[in-house]
Design a protein around this ligand. Structure first.
Ligand code: MRU
Length: 348
C-alpha cells in the first residue's frame, strides 16, 4: 500500500506529492504548523488525506507543546485547530477531522487528564482516523466494484486514490476492488489541469498496481464519450451537500455533463466523512481559488503571456441530478439523496 501519510515516532511522514512522479521524496514534519503548511502547499492533498494529516498535525501540536498546565495547553490546541482550518476551505474532511480531535481533547480535559495523558489520547485518535479512513476506502471499494462492468472502460478525474486518502483510495478504491475481484478494467485518467493530479498521481499509482491506464488531457474527454469508449465514470469528492450536490476537482462538472449526454453512469465515491449534512446544497460549498501561477506555469516554465487575467477555482460543483450513485462505506446512496445520504450518515 502506498505510504501517503504516517505517524512515526512523534513525526508525521508523507510523500511530497508535488514531486511525483519524477521523484519519490518523503518529508518529515515535526510541528503542527509544518503540517498545516504542507496541506496548504499541497505536499499532501485529497480530501480524506487532508483530514488524516490535519488530525496527525494536531496530535503533533499537543505532543510537542511546551505549555505549562492544562489551560495553556487547551489555548494552544484551539489556536492550532484554527490554523489547520485556515489551510484549505473546500474539503469538509478537514473540518470533520478537526472536530473529532476537538471532541477527544475536550473530553480528556474535562475528565481532568494530565497533559501527557491528553497527548496519548489525541495521538491515538489521529491514528484511529487514519485506520478508519483506509477501512472506509476498502468497504466503499467493495460496494462500488459491483457497479462496474466485467470488461469496463472507466474514466476518472483528478486523483482520488491511495495518495488522496489514508490509503487504497475512493474512486481508485472502487477500481482496485473491481480489478482484485477479477474484472478487466481499463482506466482513462483525465490529466486534470492545472495541478495535473490525473497524469502525475493517478497514472503513477495505477501503473504501480499494474492497472491498464491511459492518460487524456481534459479537453479530450468529449471525444472519448462520443466515440463510445467510456462505460462508467467514477470520481471522488471534496464535499457532498445534503441534497447530493458534489464539490470535486475543477472539471468534474464538465465530465458529469458529458456522461449525461452520452448516457454513461456517473458515480461519486466518498466516505461518509465527506458528506456535509449542514450544507443544504452545492451553492453553500466554499470553493477555493488558488494562485494564478498554477495556470500560467507548468512547473517552473511560464506557458502564458504576462498580463492575461487568470481565474483558478480549484473545485466545481456537480448538481445531484447528474449523479447516478454515491458510493460510501455504508453502501450506495441513490436519489433522492436528501434521504439516502442522511440515512448513510445516521448509520455511520
Ligand atoms: O486539490 P486537491 O488535489 O486536494 O483535490 C482533490 C480532489 O478533488 C479529489 O478528487 C477529492 O479530494 C477526493 S480524494 C479521495
Amino acid at each position: 500500500m502506498l505510504p501517503t501519510v504516517a505517524w512515526k515516532d512523534d513525526r508525521v511522514v508523507m510523500v511530497d506529492q508535488r514531486k511525483l512522479p519524477g521523484r519519490e521524496v518523503y518529508v518529515e514534519l515535526r510541528t503542527a504548523r509544518e503540517v498545516a503548511r504542507a496541506i496548504e502547499k499541497m505536499v499532501i492533498r485529497g480530501a480524506p488525506a487532508i483530514g488524516v494529516a490535519a488530525a496527525m498535525g494536531l496530535a503533533l501540536g499537543v505532543t510537542k507543546s511546551r505549555a505549562k498546565g492544562s489551560a495553556a495547553l487547551a489555548a494552544e490546541f484551539y489556536r492550532l485547530c484554527d490554523t489547520m482550518a485556515g489551510t484549505r476551505p473546500t474539503a469538509v474532511n478537514l473540518f470533520w477531522a478537526i472536530d473529532r480531535m476537538k471532541g477527544v481533547f475536550s473530553a480528556a480535559a474535562r475528565a481532568g487528564r494530565s497533559p501527557a495523558e491528553i497527548a496519548g489520547i489525541v495521538v491515538a485518535e489521529a491514528r484511529r482516523i487514519h485506520d478508519e479512513d483506509v477501512a472506509c476506502c476498502r468497504a466503499l471499494g467493495a460496494h462500488g466494484a459491483a457497479l462496474l462492468p466485467d470488461d469496463g472502460r472507466v474514466l476518472t478525474h483528478c486523483n482520488a486514490g491511495a495518495l488522496a486518502t489514508g490509503g487504497y483510495g475512493t474512486a481508485l478504491g472502487v477500481i482496485r476492488a473491481a480489478v482484485e475481484g477479477g474484472k478487466r478494467i481499463a482506466v482513462y485518467a483525465d490529466e486534470t489541469r492545472p495541478f495535473l493530479q490525473g497524469s502525475r498521481l493517478t497514472a503513477w499509482e495505477l501503473l504501480r498496481d499494474g492497472i491498464d491506464t491511459t492518460i487524456v488531457t481534459d479537453g479530450m474527454a468529449g471525444s472519448l464519450f462520443s466515440g463510445g469508449t467510456i462505460d462508467a465514470v467514477v470520481v471522488g469528492a471534496d464535499r457532498i451537500a445534503a441534497n447530493g450536490d458534489v464539490a470535486n476537482k475543477i472539471g468534474t462538472y464538465t465530465v458529469a455533463v458529458l456522461a449525461r449526454e452520452h448516457e454513461v453512469p456517473f458515480y461519486v465515491a466518498a466516505p461518509t466523512s465527506t458528506i456535509d449534512l449542514a450544507t443544504a446544497d452545492g451553492g453553500g460549498i466554499p470553493i477555493e481559488e488558488r494562485n494564478s501561477r498554477e495556470v500560467t506555469h507548468v512547473g517552473t516554465s511560464r506557458v502564458a503571456p504576462e498580463g492575461a487575467g487568470v481565474w483558478n477555482p480549484a473545485f466545481d460543483v456537480t448538481p445531484h441530478r447528474f449523479v447516478a450513485g454515491i458510493i460510501t462505506e455504508r453502501g450506495i446512496c441513490r436519489p433522492p439523496y436528501g434521504e439516502s445520504l442522511a440515512a448513510a450518515c445516521d448509520r455511520a
